[in-house]
Design a protein around this ligand. Structure first.
Ligand code: MIC
Ligand code: SF4
Length: 755
C-alpha cells in the first residue's frame, strides 16, 4: 500500500469538482499544469482566473520533502513556529551529508560517525513533529520520493531544487527554501506567482544511443539556464508517452537547470507500470478513476500554440546524444561535434573519472543501460580506461541491481567504486584523490549540475553532463571526444570494434526487492520528545529572529562585493566541505560569497574594506561593516542565485549585515529566499546601471519609506569623487512580502500571527 493513501484519496475525491470549477472560470480547454494548480488553491474551488506571470496565488500543497542539508535550517525555523505537528505529510532524507571516498561499505559508517549530531537532531525533530525520516543510506531524496510518495495530479514542495523530479509521475513538484516549507508544514498558505506555461511536444521515439537525458540536455541548450524562469514546462505528445516513468523523472529533474519552476507529464501507462512495480497498485486504481483530470485536454495538445506561452517541438527520432558543459549545464554539444569543440576550446579530453548516479539518473533502467555497454565492451575484449564511480539512487534500486548482477558487471572495471545511495560527488561530497593539486582535467557524469568546483572542489575540473550509457561508453574509451555511434575501439587482440547500442530494462523483471529501505516512521505522539541543541555545538545553532526594519531609509551603505559573471548559489554558499555547517548560521556564514568573482580585480574572496582600505575575505569584511553599524549591499549580474534552493545563500548575507542584493536578474527560488529572510532583492531598471557601481561608492535608499507593490525604488549612489547617480530599481514584492521585509523575515510574521 502506498504511504498516505488517505491523503491521495482525498485529493482525487475533490479533483473533479475543482477541475470543473476552474473550467467554468477559465472557459477554455485546460493544460495539465492548470488542472493541478487550480485544484490546489488554498481558497478551495477556483472562483477567478489568475494572470500568468503576474498574479500571486496562495496554494495548498499535498506534501513536503526535505533533505538533510536543508532540513536542518527548515526545521530550526519550524521549531520557532510553535506548532505541535506538521500539517501535511512530510519527510526528511539523509543523503547530502554522506561523503564518497572508498565505497559504501566504509563511507556510510564514517559519515554516520561524523554527522551523528546532525542525524540525531533530524531523527528526533522528525519523531517529535510527525515527519517520516529516511535514514542515511536509504537513498537520494528525489528517487525515494518518486518510488514512494509522488502521485499523478498531486502538488508538493521540497527544500531542494530538484524536487521537480516528481514531475516524472505527473506531479507539480516545486523546489523551495526552508522558510516556504515551514509555511506549508505550519498550515499556512504557500504563495507562488502564477507561472507562465511552456509546452514541449515530443514526437517520434527514442532510439539507439539517445536517451531521456538527451531531451533535457537539448532543451537546456535551447532555453539556457534562465529560459525557464517563472515557467512550468509541460511535456506531451506521442514521444512523451513512449518514455519510461523514470526517464520522465530525469527530464523533469534537470528542468531545474533551465530555471523552470517545475516540469510535468500527463498520466499514462508508463506511470501505471512504475506505480505498480513500486508497490502502489492502489494509487493506479484511484488515479484511473480520475484519469481525464490527470492530463491536459486533447484540444490543448492538438493546438498547443493557443494554450501555452511558448511551444518547443523535439523529434525523438532525430535527437542525438549530447554532452553539456563544462562549467554550465546549458552548453549543449551533440556527441558528433565534441571532438572538434573540445580541441577548439582546449578542454582536456582524457577522462580520468566517470560517474553514474545522482537524483537525475540512478534508476534501475539507467543502471541496466549503462551495464549493457560495459558488458558489450568486455565481450568484445575492450578494457575500460577511466575510473568508474556509481551512486545508486535508493536502497531499493541498489538491492535489486545487486540481486540482478548489474554491479558484478560494473565491478569488471579495474577501478570501480560503488558509493553509498546518496548524493556524493554530485554535491562535492567526494574525497577525490589529488583534487587539491588543482590540475586541469575532465570528468564525465550523469548528474545535472557542473558548476565550477562542484564535484571535487577543483576549479580546473571540467565536468560534462550526459546520460549514464554515454558515461559508460566514454569511460570505456577514456576519451571525451569518443562518439560510440561512429568510432571504434581497439580490443585486446588489436582489432577495431564498435560498441553495440545500449539496451535496458525499464523495470526489473523479477520486481523490486529490498531488505531494509531505511525508513523511520515518526512517533504517534511526539509531544514528550525533547530537542536538545548544545550551546557550544559547531554544527547546530538555534536561530535568533532577524531584526525588524526600523521604518527609516537605509543610508550610508557600502559595497560588500560586485559579483562578476555567473554567481550561482554554489558561489554564494558553497556546498562540499561546508555542508557540515548547514545547521549553524554563524559558522556557515564564513563561506558567504567566497566563490563569487569580484568585478574589481577579478579575484574570488578578496574585497576592499572601505573603512580601512585593506583587502580581505568577503565574510570578514562583511563582519567589519556589521560591527561598525554600517549596512552593506551586494551587486550581481544575470540569473543571480541560480541553482540550489539553499536559503543559506540568503540567510548568510542577512546575518552578516547585508541589507540589499541588487542584480540584473534573479533565479526564482533565490529571489523568494531573499524576500523570506527580510532582505531587499532588487533589479536594475536599466541593466547598464550595473556598470555605474564602483568599488568605493556609498549608497542611500532614498525612498524606501514609500516601498509599495509596483513602485520603483531609487538607489542614490555617491561616488568617491562626490559625483552622484540616481539608479532606478525594480522589485516584485507584493504587499504581504513587503510585510516580511518590515517584520524582519516571513518567519517573524508567522510567529506574530501565532502569538
Ligand atoms: C544541489 O543539487 O545543489 C543541492 C545540494 O541538492 C541543493 C540543495 C542544497 O544546497 O542543500 C539544491 O539543488 O537545492
Ligand atoms: Fe543530491 Fe545532486 Fe540531486 Fe542535489 S542534484 S539532490 S546534490 S544528487
Amino acid at each position: 500500500m502506498a504511504f498516505d493513501i488517505d491523503m491521495i484519496k482525498a485529493v482525487y475525491a475533490r479533483m473533479g469538482e475543482r477541475v470543473n470549477a476552474a473550467r467554468k472560470v477559465l472557459n477554455k480547454p485546460m493544460t495539465l499544469t492548470e488542472k493541478i494548480l487550480y485544484t490546489h488553491l488554498d481558497a478551495g474551488a477556483a472562483s477567478e482566473e489568475f494572470e500568468r506571470s503576474n498574479s500571486y496565488v496562495d496554494f495548498k500543497p499535498d506534501r513536503v520533502a526535505m533533505q538533510d542539508a536543508t532540513a536542518q535550517m527548515a526545521l530550526l525555523q519550524f521549531m520557532q513556529a510553535g506548532k505541535k505537528k506538521v500539517a501535511v505529510p512530510s519527510t526528511a532524507h539523509a543523503d547530502h551529508l554522506i561523503l564518497a571516498k572508498l565505497g559504501a561499505d566504509t563511507d556510510l559508517q564514517d559519515s554516520i560517525n561524523k554527522n551523528n549530531e546532525v542525524f540525531n537532531f533530524l531523527s528526533s525533530v522528525c519523531d517529535k513533529y510527525g515527519i517520516g525520516f529516511w535514514k542515511p543510506g536509504s537513498g537520494i531524496i528525489h528517487q525515494v520520493v518518486l518510488e514512494n510518495y509522488a502521485f499523478p495530479g498531486g502538488m508538493m514542495i521540497g527544500t531542494d531544487s530538484h524536487t521537480v523530479n516528481a514531475g516524472g509521475l505527473g506531479m507539480v513538484a516545486i523546489g523551495v527554501g526552508g522558510a516556504d516549507a515551514v509555511d506549508v508544514m505550519a498550515d499556512m498558505p504557500w504563495e507562488l506567482k502564477f507561472p507562465k506555461l511552456i509546452g514541449v511536444k515530443l514526437t517520434g521515439k527514442l532510439n539507439g544511443w539517445t536517451s531521456a537525458k538527451d531531451v533535457i540536455l537539448k532543451v537546456a541548450g535551447i532555453l539556457t539556464v534562465k529560459g525557464g524562469t517563472g515557467a512550468i514546462v509541460e511535456y506531451f505528445g506521442e514521444g512523451a508517452k513512449s518514455l519510461s516513468c523514470t526517464g520522465k523523472g530525469t527530464i523533469c529533474n534537470m528542468g531545474a537547470e533551465i530555471g523552470a519552476t517545475t516540469s510535468t507529464f500527463g498520466y499514462d501507462d508508463s506511470m501505471r507500470r512504475y506505480l505498480a512495480a513500486t508497490g502502489r497498485a492502489d494509487v493506479v486504481a484511484l488515479a484511473d478513476e480520475v484519469a481525464d483530470h490527470l492530463t491536459g485536454d486533447d484540444e490543448v495538445y492538438a493546438n498547443p500554440e493557443q494554450y501555452f506561452d511558448q511551444v518547443i517541438e523535439i523529434n525523438l527520432d532525430e535527437l542525438t546524444p549530447h554532452l553539456n558543459g563544462p562549467f554550465t549545464p546549458d552548453l549543449a554539444t551533440p556527441v558528433s561535434e565534441m571532438k572538434e569543440k573540445a580541441a577548439a576550446n582546449d578542454w582536456p579530453t582524457e577522462i580520468e573519472w566517470a560517474l553514474i548516479g545522482s537524483c537525475t539518473n540512478s534508476s534501475y533502467e539507467d543502471l541496466t543501460r549503462a551495464a549493457s555497454i560495459v558488458d558489450d565492451a568486455f565481450n568484445k575484449g575492450v578494457k575500460p580506461v577511466s575510473k568508474l564511480g556509481i551512486n545508486p539512487g535508493s536502497e531499493q534500486v541498489r538491492f535489486t541491481a545487486e540481486r540482478d548482477g548489474l554491479f558484478d558487471t560494473f565491478r569488471r572495471f579495474e577501478s570501480v567504486s560503488i558509493f553509498t545511495n546518496a548524493c556524493g560527488p554530485c554535491i562535492g561530497q567526494w574525497d577525490r584523490e589529488g583534487a587539491d593539486k588543482q590540475e586541469k582535467n575532465s570528468i564525465i557524469h550523469s548528474f545535472n549540475r557542473n558548476f565550477s568546483k562542484r564535484a571535487d572542489g577543483n576549479p580546473n575540473t571540467h565536468a560534462f553532463v550526459t546520460s549514464p550509457e554515454m558515461v559508460a561508453a566514454v569511460a570505456i574509451s577514456g576519451d571525451l571526444g569518443f562518439n560510440p555511434i561512429t568510432d571504434t575501439l581497439t580490443n585486446s587482440k588489436g582489432e577495431q570494434v564498435k560498441l553495440a547500442e545500449p539496451t535496458g530494462m525499464e523495470l526489473p523483471e523479477e520486481g523490486f526487492d529490498v531488505a531494509d529501505n531505511g525508513f523511520q516512521a515518526p512517533a504517534e505522539d511526539g509531544s514528550g520528545i525533547d530537542i536538545n541543541v548544545a550551546v557550544d555545538s559547531k554544527r547546530l545553532q538555534l536561530l535568533n529572529p532577524f531584526l525588524e526594519w526600523d521604518g527609516k531609509n537605509i543610508n550610508g551603505a557600502k559595497l560588500l562585493i560586485k559579483a562578476f559573471g555567473k554567481c550561482t548559489t554554489d558561489h554564494i554558499s558553497m556546498a562540499g566541505p561546508w555542508l557540515k555547517y548547514r545547521g549553524h548560521l554563524d559558522n556557515i556564514s564564513e563561506n558567504c560569497l567566497i566563490g563569487a568573482v569580484n568585478a574589481f580585480g577579478k579575484a574570488t574572496n578578496e574585497v576592499v574594506n572601505q573603512l580601512n582600505g585593506e583587502k580581505g575575505p568577503v565574510p570578514t569584511t562583511a563582519r567589519a561593516y556589521k560591527t561598525a553599524g554600517i549596512p552593506s549591499i551586494v551587486v550581481g549580474d544575470h540569473n543571480y542565485g541560480e541553482g540550489s534552493s539553499r536559503e543559506h545563500a540568503a540567510m548568510e548575507p542577512r546575518h552578516l549585515g547585508v541589507c540589499a542584493v541588487v542584480v540584473k536578474s534573479f533565479a526564482r527560488i533565490h529571489e523568494t529566499n531573499l524576500k523570506k529572510q527580510g532582505m531587499l532583492g532588487l533589479t536594475f531598471a536599466i541593466e547598464a546601471d550595473y556598470d555605474k557601481i564602483l568599488e568605493d561608492d556609498t549608497f542611500n535608499f532614498s525612498d524606501l519609506d514609500g516601498f509599495a507593490p509596483g513602485n520603483q525604488l531609487t538607489l542614490e549612489v555617491i561616488h568617491a569623487d562626490g559625483s552622484k547617480d540616481g539608479i532606478k530599481l525594480n522589485h516584485t514584492y507584493n504587499a504581504q512580502q513587503i510585510g516580511w521585509f518590515r517584520a524582519g523575515s516571513a518567519l517573524n510574521m508567522i510567529r506574530k500571527s501565532i502569538a
